[in-house]
Design a protein around this ligand. Structure first.
Ligand SMILES: [Zn+2]
Length: 179
């Protein structure tokens, strides 16, 4: 690994940091790189006895909550908030985890991490990417005109057209996937 750079994604989950102090900057973004933080979805997947019974029902209901909200095109923060609240109110007190103990808290940060990087909810991630396009179009638009002269700023116009062209490809690709 060249000096001063790090992998975007760590396939071993641990990151490639050799120095302790570098770890925070070099570890991967996925749940497995944060073993000190509880993630209900990951904890359930690790438990070999969880195939039947309460944990399975709770896991399934939370999973369908995410899938339903995603299919309704709800925004990422709304999905995170709903999962956080449903876990806290209906599930937390029923959980006993071998590592994190009784009724472990599941932070928003950890929920966001799982929704973004686990690949379990691809629709949620795609919706997040679509929101980035919307934000980019808005940002280009805000910077489009020179206040003093009223002229269009050519570099911004070119950037907007390029974003729109890529956005159209993205929309076509997403439509294809959700067929
Ligand atoms: Zn996770």
């Amino acid at each position: 690994m060249a000096e001063g750079v790090a992998s975007a994604y760590h396939f071993d989950g641990a990151g490639d940091a050799s120095e302790e102090e570098d770890e925070a900057h070099c570890r991967g973004p996925q749940c497995s790189s944060f073993p000190d933080e509880f993630c209900f979805f990951c904890a359930y997947e690790r438990d070999p006895n969880a195939e039947h019974g309460t944990a399975s029902d709770l896991y399934g209901s939370l999973q369908s909550l995410v899938e339903t909200m995603s299919s309704q095109s709800r925004e990422f923060p709304a999905i995170t908030a709903a999962v956080h609240s449903a876990y806290r109110v209906q599930i937390q007190h029923l959980i006993s985890d071998p590592v994190f103990g009784t009724a472990p808290a599941w932070s928003r940060k950890s929920i966001i991490r799982h929704l973004t990087y686990s690949n379990q909810f691809k629709g949620v991630f795609r919706a997040g990417v679509t929101q980035i396009f919307h934000s980019l179009v808005d940002a280009h638009n805000r910077n489009m005109k020179d206040r003093a002269t009223g002229q269009i700023i050519e570099s911004e116009r070119v950037a907007l057209m390029s974003t729109l062209a890529t956005y159209m490809k993205w929309e076509a690709f997403s439509k294809q996937l959700s067929k």
